[in-house]
Design a protein around this ligand. Structure first.
Ligand code: HEC
Length: 144
């Protein structure tokens, strides 16, 4: 009976060791390092490789394209609301008619690449092409 008992204790000890419990076993620094290295790739994979894991990281800074109105208020307003630097004002249909007549492709190109005193991207350096086009559309919609 006592033999059975000590087998039981051995079995429990074996299970605890197998599970990595440090209650029964003291790991050497080298072993701890080896364990850390062994489990590290799983952590790195989840952090960098897994698109699901990386999604929440990207979400706060880029939750989809901003609206044309947002971009206008952030970057275009300074000139296109006041006429600064000779900018055609939003809502000034007379100033926009000939420009709009060039077609949206030309307006988008001029907004993205710059045109005379109109700075490239309206100085919105973190704007995507899609966002600049939305801002152009917003100005055009409000100026006809
Ligand atoms: C520093 C002032 C300034 C800022 C900021 C600015 N613009 Fe302009 N923009 C101008 C000026 C000046 C013109 C007129 C250029 C000309 O025809 O001489 C212009 C012209 C334009 C035109 C007409 C181009 C054409 O072909 O006639 C578009 C479209 C335009 N801007 C879009 C934008 C958008 C979109 C933004 C914001 C993302 C923006 N602008 C920000 C000054 C600015």
């Amino acid at each position: 009976m006592s033999q059975l008992k000590s087998w039981g204790v051995l079995l429990i000890a074996a299970v605890l060791v197998a599970c990595g419990s440090d209650k029964q076993t003291e790991y050497s620094a080298e072993q701890e390092k080896a364990i850390a290295e062994r489990i590290a790739p799983a952590g790195a994979l989840a952090m960098e490789g897994d698109p699901i894991a990386s999604a929440p990281v990207a979400a706060p800074s880029n939750s989809g394209p901003r609206s044309g109105e947002d971009i206008y208020k952030k970057s275009c307003f300074a000139c296109h609301a006041t006429g600064a630097a000779g900018a055609p004002k939003l809502g000034d249909a007379g100033a926009w008619a000939d420009r709009i007549a060039q077609g949206m492709d030309t307006l988008n190109d001029h907004a993205w690449n710059g045109f005379k005193t109109m700075p490239a991207k309206g100085n919105c350096f973190d704007c995507s092409e899609e966002e600049i086009q939305a801002a152009v559309q917003y100005i055009v919609d409000g100026s006809q």
